[in-house]
Design a protein around this ligand. Structure first.
Ligand code: FEO
Length: 171
């Protein structure tokens, strides 16, 4: 059985994962409208992943006798200056999500809830991957700068990255 404190922390995390899914969805839609089709593919797929992260938390809470709450949708930003700006936002956002996950892990330890602590390790590992991927793209975009040819190749690389991401997660 989950303590109320853990249930609240996990429900907060649900809000964050749902918000992330929505952010990525807005970015995907922006990229698509800008003709950045590879980036759009990548971002749509990532939005789906974030939704999976959210549902995984919901099912864990309900499974352990708690009550998962579906968060309300807030309209995310829909205009971006460039793909570089998009990936800067993603990188900063994922760093924030990591720190929130670490807080949940801390609460698990203080509450001596080792089952939830164990469950959260999946998120810890996932964040490491996501942060390093976002940083990788931020660095690449910095190198590309205003080079249109470089941007074309980068966009193409992102559509392949989307496929690799899918394979990694067994899709
Ligand atoms: Fe589910 Fe990007 O954190």
């Amino acid at each position: 059985m989950l303590s109320k404190k853990i249930e609240k922390a996990l429900n907060n995390q649900i809000v964050l994962e749902g918000t992330s899914s929505n952010y990525y969805l807005a970015m995907a839609s922006w990229a698509e409208s800008e003709g950045l089709n590879g980036a759009a593919e990548f971002l749509y797929a990532h939005s789906d992943e974030e939704r999976i992260h959210m549902v995984k938390l919901m099912r864990f809470i309900n499974d352990r006798g708690g009550k998962a709450i579906v968060p309300a949708l807030k309209e995310p930003a829909s205009k971006f200056k460039s793909l570089a700006e998009v990936f800067d936002i993603i990188h900063e956002h994922e760093i924030m999500v990591t720190s929130e996950i670490n807080k949940v892990v801390d609460i698990c330890l203080s509450e001596k809830d080792y089952t939830t602590h164990n469950f959260m390790q999946w998120y810890v590992a996932e964040q490491l991957e996501e942060e390093s991927l976002a940083k990788h793209y931020v660095d690449k975009l910095r190198l590309i700068g205003g080079d249109k040819g470089g941007m074309y190749l980068f966009d193409r690389e992102l559509s392949t990255a989307k496929m690799q991401q899918g394979n990694q997660h067994g899709k």
